[in-house]
Design a protein around this ligand. Structure first.
Ligand SMILES: [Zn+2]
Length: 83
C-alpha cells in the first residue's frame, strides 16, 4: 500500500506552522486572531499583542471605613430586597 500526495510529515509540519502565533519569536499555539493566548490577552488589555502594560495610575487601597461603608450599603440593599 502506497500513499499518494505529500508525505505525512510535511503536511503535518505545515499544519503546525499555520497554527503558530504570528508574533515574531513566539512559537506558541495560535488561539485567536492569529495570536497565542498570551499575546491575544495583551491585545485585549492593551490593544497591542506585543505591547507592555501601560503605566498604572497609583491605586490607593480603600480604608477600613470605606470597606465598612460599602458592606453596610450592600447589606441595606439586601434587606430592601427582602421586604
Ligand atoms: Zn504568542
Amino acid at each position: 500500500m502506497q500513499r499518494n500526495g505529500p508525505a505525512p510529515g510535511d503536511s503535518n509540519r505545515l499544519a503546525i506552522e499555520s497554527h503558530r502565533c504570528t508574533v515574531e519569536g513566539c512559537s506558541k499555539r495560535r488561539k485567536a486572531r492569529g495570536w497565542c493566548g498570551a499575546h491575544y490577552m495583551r491585545w485585549m488589555r492593551w490593544g497591542n499583542p506585543v505591547g507592555t502594560a501601560p503605566p498604572k495610575p497609583p491605586r490607593v487601597a480603600p480604608s477600613h471605613a470605606e470597606v465598612l461603608a460599602e458592606m453596610r450599603e450592600a447589606l441595606a440593599r439586601a434587606e430592601e430586597v427582602g421586604t
